[in-house]
Design a binder for this molecule. Structure first.
Ligand code: N01
Length: 542
């Protein structure tokens, strides 16, 4: 089948495809590739002017992935993974973006991607079980299948600080960083936010700015990344065993080949524990949180790791008053996404950096020339917001998605997102979500999660074409059972003891529901495959 103009819509023509894909990040690009492989016509609609999704937008200095580069990449093409060379242990944003472009060219994807095209509405048409997708330019696309490849961390969140509009200087959000170089030298700069983005950008800002004020509400745990140039032998060992290692990674909960400690932190002596934490601290990266089997399940076990990292913060930071403000005490380590840094805590030893503690004194307002905290005005020239995202549902709720009986998705999800396997939601037939709420997504190497979801969706569409089905739709009962499974999986862990974006509590008014599935990649994947093998159990296929 090929795209064709249809004249049957009252207010303008819609171009018809088999599949409309929203988003040209890693999910959308792979979906396009597989849809083509099935002989389907497919189009990707993308708001940006280039591919890469989150890696297109998050261009802030210091942006880098905290999953090792040999693993944070597609596994579907042996040729691709042999051909591409990563220059560092952890890839920087520019290199990941270059990789995304390389993939787009290698698989000739660009000709079916419409850039600078923001999808504003997607409506299900009951009469023919098709989706009608509208863009900000007023163009319309019609397709039987619609795939939301909109990403989990793509709707940047700007905090509601009174007076922010009156600030005369530049405001930069890490999640929407300018594409031209930003020169902050000689400036007084403010930074709000100390999550993964803040922890990466702050050392870079400190190196440029005349003075940096870090406005911190909640301190975070962070482990040194110990990034380094790619070791040729290490790269070779991966490339000689890529298929096997990728398969092994998929047997691990996060889909990352890592050294999972098998013992309880409480079953070993204090000396042994310390030795293991020191070893992992020296290795760098986020592996410290899997040093023992129960760090995310047992509060006492967790506290041993938290104490260790708190001790490290005290030993790195010279001023012990500053160290105390930087020390996280309000959540178990790893219950909020653990951060990996390059000289983050060291940054607070610099003369040109001031840590402002918002816990004792919140931000009152922004003025034309600074930020008012309590009665103190911190004068700044520029403000950097590393204030996070409306995660997992934000990009979807920005689009007016309308299902059966004209029900808006926003309405259906008013009390929290409901999906079956994170892939579909009842009342929205033929609408697939890649790494949706209720899938492991953000708790894993997201490229693994993306590949698994996209392959499942492609297989599903292939099956529907084979049997000439009109639609597939999640059953309400199956969805309810799945959401209960998602809830129960989280309840058994310490994740629910942190006020994190996993729970949506960073967004005013967002219902507090733990969104990702904690069960891990192998269990989730087995469930998804079982459902498909069992004639799409829990779905209505008609
Ligand atoms: O966002 P966040 P992020 N006043 O939500 C603060 C991935 N990622 O962009 O904790 C003052 O984690 C907020 O404070 P609090 C990764 O999955 C990965 O950093 O709410 N402060 C918090 O400190 C990550 O988890 C990589 O009290 C305000 C910060 O802003 C996810 O993206 C790199 C505030 C937001 O932290 C999101 O990370 C970057 C206010 N009004 C991102 N509002 C890597 O791979 C918010 N804050 C390394």
């Amino acid at each position: 089948q090929h795209s064709q103009a249809l004249g049957n819509h009252a207010d303008g023509e819609a171009v018809a495809y088999d599949v409309v894909i929203v988003g040209a990040g890693f999910a959308g690009m792979y979906m396009l590739h597989l849809a083509r492989g099935l002989g389907l016509s497919a189009i990707v609609l993308e708001a940006a002017y280039g591919v890469g999704g989150t890696w297109f937008w998050n261009r802030y200095p210091g942006a880098r992935c905290d999953v090792e580069s040999m693993q944070y990449s597609y596994s579907f093409s042996e040729e691709l993974q042999q051909e591409w060379h990563w220059s560092e242990r952890y890839a920087s944003q520019p290199e990941i973006l270059a990789y995304a472009n390389f993939v787009a060219n290698k698989f000739d994807l660009l000709r079916d991607i419409r850039f600078n095209t923001r999808v504003v509405r997607a409506a299900f048409q009951e009469e023919d079980s098709h989706w009608l997708v509208s863009t900000d330019a007023g163009n319309r696309y019609q397709a039987k299948w619609c795939v939301m490849a909109t990403g989990c961390l793509s709707a940047a969140q700007t905090p509601n600080i009174p007076g922010l509009d009156s600030f005369k200087g530049q405001i930069y959000h890490t999640g929407n960083w300018p594409h031209e170089p930003v020169d902050l030298s000689g400036q007084k700069v403010g930074a709000i936010g100390t999550g993964s983005s803040g922890i990466q950008v702050i050392p870079e800002l400190a190196a440029q700015a005349k003075h940096l004020y870090v406005f911190q509400r909640t301190p975070n745990f962070s482990i040194p990344a110990r990034n380094k140039p790619m070791d040729a032998e290490y790269e070779h060992s991966w490339k000689s065993n890529y298929a096997e290692r990728r398969a092994q990674a998929r047997t691990m909960p996060a889909g990352i080949l890592s050294e999972l400690g098998a013992k309880s932190a409480l079953d070993v002596s204090a000396e042994e524990r310390l030795k293991e934490y020191e070893r992992r601290w020296a290795l760098g990266g986020t592996g410290l949180t899997v040093a023992f089997s129960d760090l995310l399940k047992n509060a006492d076990a967790n506290e041993t790791a938290a104490l260790f990292v708190r001790g490290k913060i005290r030993s790195v930071v010279n001023d012990q008053k500053v160290a105390e403000i930087l020390t996280p005490v309000d959540h178990p380590i790893g219950a909020k996404r653990i951060c990996a840094d390059t000289k983050y805590f060291e940054t607070f030893n610099r003369d040109n950096v001031t840590l402002v503690d918002l816990r004792s004194n919140p931000i009152r307002e922004a003025s034309s020339n600074g930020i008012l905290v309590g009665s103190e005005l911190y004068e700044i020239d520029s403000l950097v917001l590393a204030t996070g995202f409306d995660a997992m549902t934000g990009a979807l709720s920005k689009i007016d998605i309308v299902g059966r009986q004209a029900l808006p998705l926003k309405e259906k999800w008013r009390d929290g997102p409901n999906t079956y396997l994170g892939l579909m939601t009842a009342g929205f037939p033929n609408l697939f979500i890649v790494t949706g709420p209720g899938s492991p997504s953000v708790l894993t190497n997201v490229i693994v999660a993306i590949e698994d979801n996209v392959e499942w969706i492609a297989d599903c569409i292939e099956h529907l074409v084979d049997i000439d089905a009109d639609y597939i739709e999640a059953e309400a009962a199956a969805e309810k059972t799945w959401m209960e499974q998602v809830r129960q999986a989280a309840e058994g862990t310490l994740y629910v003891h942190a006020k994190s974006w996993y729970l949506g509590v960073n967004i005013p008014g967002k219902p507090a529901v733990f969104m990702p599935y904690v069960g891990g990649v192998p269990i989730y994947q087995k469930i998804c495959e079982g459902v498909a093998a069992d004639e799409y159990r829990g779905f209505i296929v008609a």
